[in-house]
Design a protein around this ligand. Structure first.
Ligand SMILES: Nc1ncnc2c1ncn2[C@@H]1O[C@H](COP(=O)(O)OP(=O)(O)OP(=O)(O)O)[C@@H](O)[C@H]1O
Length: 201
């Protein structure tokens, strides 16, 4: 499986935010996207996820077979908003996403164990702290299998311990043949990954 971007361009409100961007990721490859505020990192991730239109260029997911016939179907997108219902419990939220995405991977409890939140599955999501909410969103990546993780500032709000735990989960995903594109201002503890610097500063 390969994720290929060639000469891609992203626009917001009719304005070109970036153009001429290209990268190729094979199984086990990671790409860290860096650059100053406003450089277009989030826009790039949203274009790859299919949440914003591709203004120009080629974006393809090769050899995904019947399970992952398109870029969109191959990607998990973790954005700055956690996309959870505050009145539903943590477990109910994850169960919703697991049925929405299909291809169950870890059980809800196993995924919560991976982020150290196995004791709070019964709590409404709205009761959780900022860092706990982020960790539930990370658990969401693991309840259904998708080969490409698109991560926008994934460690924002995490304490040092949770940050290290998440680095380990990302390494496991790569070792299992997954791919990661992560926009970040902070080191993510990943070695041997590609870097794409956006913006001119
Ligand atoms: N909905 C929108 N409509 C119009 N312009 C937008 C919209 N969202 C973002 N932009 C603009 O697109 C540009 C790129 O924003 P983007 O969020 O992709 O940058 P970023 O590199 O992720 O920044 P940061 O490091 O601050 O998260 C900015 O100039 C921003 O003002």
């Amino acid at each position: 499986m390969r994720l290929i971007a060639e000469e891609i361009e992203g626009r917001r409100a009719g304005e070109t935010i970036f153009s001429g961007i290209g990268f190729t990721l094979g199984e086990g490859d990671g790409l860290i996207v860096t650059g100053p505020n406003g450089a277009g990192k989030s826009t790039l991730l949203r274009v790859v996820a299919g949440l914003l239109p591709l203004a120009h260029g080629r974006l393809e997911f090769e050899d995904g077979g019947e399970d992952f016939p398109s870029v969109e179907s191959a990607c998990h997108y973790l954005g700055p908003d956690n996309a959870m219902k505050t009145a539903l419990t943590v477990s109910e939220n994850l169960a919703f996403w697991q049925s929405f995405f299909g291809r169950p991977h870890l059980s809800i409890l196993e995924a919560l164990e991976m982020v150290g939140l196995e004791t709070i599955g019964h709590l409404p999501f709205g009761y959780l702290s900022t860092g706990q909410r982020r960790r539930v969103s990370i658990a969401k990546l693991m309840v259904s299998h998708r080969p490409v993780w698109l991560l926008d500032e994934p460690t924002s709000g995490l304490d040092k311990h949770s940050e290290a735990q998440f680095s380990e989960l990302m390494r496991m995903h790569l070792l299992g043949g997954g791919m990661i594109v992560a926009a970040t201002h902070l080191p993510l503890g990943l070695e041997g990954v590609q870097e794409l610097r956006m913006g001119g500063h």
